[in-house]
Unconditional design. Structure first.
Length: 107
């Protein structure tokens, strides 16, 4: 969650304390949980029986996309995940090569 939203880092104990109602989460934490879970923050606070704070942090749209991707890859087998990793590495290498080629044109 910290890498996605900049909120935290959070320990498992903190997440557990929030889940067991031993710790009241800040508006920032609610917004981060909502972004990570890909749930509108309004829905998450309503499910928790909480009022929606007047001011909530806003996250880039990419945060929701990445959180959804994280949820989706949890369903993959180890071999499928290795394939995704290898494809991502190949795409990153190609992107770097393309950027280097563009830079060489500018010289």
């Amino acid at each position: 969650m910290f890498a996605l939203t900049g909120t935290g880092p959070l320990s498992a104990a903190t997440v557990g304390a929030v889940g067991h109602d031993r710790k009241k989460p800040s508006p920032e934490l609610w917004a981060a949980f909502a972004a990570f879970l890909t749930i509108p923050v309004e829905d998450l606070t309503a499910m928790g029986g909480l009022g929606l704070p007047a001011e909530l942090p806003q996250f880039a749209p990419e945060v929701a996309d990445l959180a959804e991707l994280i949820c989706d890859v949890r369903r993959l087998t180890v071999d499928q995940m290795r394939h995704v990793r290898d494809e991502a590495r190949a795409m990153a290498a190609q992107s770097t090569a393309d950027a280097n080629q563009v830079r060489s044109w500018a010289v």
